[in-house]
Design a protein around this ligand. Structure first.
Ligand code: TK8
Length: 359
């Protein structure tokens, strides 16, 4: 009898313990109805995003916005790690790493992209966009998308165009107010044949170089000058190694938000839509940050001791005429060309339409 009672007592303890567990599971289920239960066992996927510019630059601030949007909308299923200041390499290296799937996101200038998709060279045509309204209309329109659609063939996915900005010349030697003033200046350019040819046509002595090497090259005098938007000249502290700024505005430089095709293909359609929508929302934020800040960047650079030279309409016209032939030899459909006839004609037509609408 005693033995029977002991067994019954043990059994009742076991039953009570089991009931306790199910009620805690039940509680979880109730709690689950009030909020999306965190997928404790689901594997969190990580996006490593590298850029060349500093964490003070609007490009990085917009990348953090993209990170917040993606982490929030994927409810923690995806985590984004942001690496500024070229920690993950220069634009070309980071883009190659996306192709190999060893990095998930980078946002380079379109200029070095010609090494992956030649047609991106169309954006290096000097004086192509008269202002940012025309730039936005072309980049965010059909021909801009047609160029992004060429990226998957290179194992890349383009989500949106962000703003690098209108490029201006800086140097350590003397003010540049006329075409003649370019003569003999050793100018660093991005790794892009059109940029090289344009500066040769102006009489300068250009050297292609990754952005990550630029500050040291300016500091050591390996090159006399470079060209970048005011926002970059300020945030990369070029005022410490450069004296003169010439407001040439010689080309509008876009960034392109790139994702590795390997990561894109492994994502669901819902996640892909989140990536694109967030890249467009962060794009608008980034463009506004730069444009609202341009006058202040100029004043900040003057306060840091830089001397500004504005380019007269006459000199602007001379720069246009002098640099145009350098571009013409890269347009066409031969293997030695960069910009296909189709893309060139479509971009020129889109520019014309945008200019007419923005009159
Ligand atoms: C930063 C570069 C930079 C570009 C250059 O990674 O290389 O001069 O203008 O913004 O993309």
């Amino acid at each position: 009898m005693k033995k029977f009672l002991t067994i019954m007592l043990i059994l009742s303890f076991i039953l009570l313990a089991l009931a306790g567990c199910s009620s805690s599971t039940k509680t979880n289920v109730d709690a689950g109805n009030a909020q999306v239960p965190e997928k404790k066992d689901a594997k969190v996927r990580t996006i490593r995003a590298g850029i060349g510019l500093t964490e003070t630059h609007p490009e990085y601030k917009a990348l953090i916005k993209w990170k917040q949007l993606v982490e929030e909308k994927t409810k923690g299923a995806i985590k984004v790690e942001a690496y500024p200041s070229g920690q993950m390499g220069d634009d070309r290296t980071m883009t190659e790493n996306l192709q190999m799937g060893t990095l998930e996101v980078t946002i380079p200038s379109t200029a070095p992209m010609v090494n992956f998709v030649k047609d991106f060279a169309v954006y290096d045509i000097p004086f192509l966009f008269a202002n940012s309204k025309v730039a936005d209309a072309v980049l965010d329109g059909p021909v801009g998308q047609q160029l992004l659609d060429e990226l998957p063939a290179a194992n890349l996915v383009g989500l949106a165009y962000w703003e690098n900005g209108f490029r201006n010349l800086t140097n350590s030697k003397h003010p540049v107010a006329s075409v003649d003033d370019f003569k003999g200046l050793k100018i660093r350019t991005m790794e892009n044949k059109i940029h090289l040819e344009v500066f040769r046509s102006l009489g300068a002595n250009p050297t292609p170089m990754a952005f990550t090497e630029l500050f040291t090259a300016l500091q050591q005098g390996t090159v006399d000058g470079q060209e970048n938007p005011l926002v970059t000249i300020y945030n990369s502290k070029f005022y410490e190694v450069q004296k003169y700024v010439s407001m040439t505005n010689h080309v509008y430089s876009p960034f392109v938000f790139l994702m590795s095709k390997k990561f894109w293909d492994a994502s669901t359609p819902e996640e892909q839509k989140i990536f694109v929508d967030a890249a467009k929302e962060a794009r608008d934020y980034e463009r506004k940050l730069i444009r609202d800040g341009n006058d202040q960047y100029r004043q900040d650079l003057i306060d840091k001791g830089m001397k500004f030279t504005d380019i007269t309409p006459e000199v602007h016209q001379q720069l246009v005429e002098k640099s145009s032939p350098a571009v013409e030899k890269f347009i066409g459909d031969g293997a030695d060309k960069l910009i296909s006839t189709d893309i060139y004609n479509k971009v020129k037509a889109a520019v014309k339409e945008a200019e007419a609408q923005n009159k």
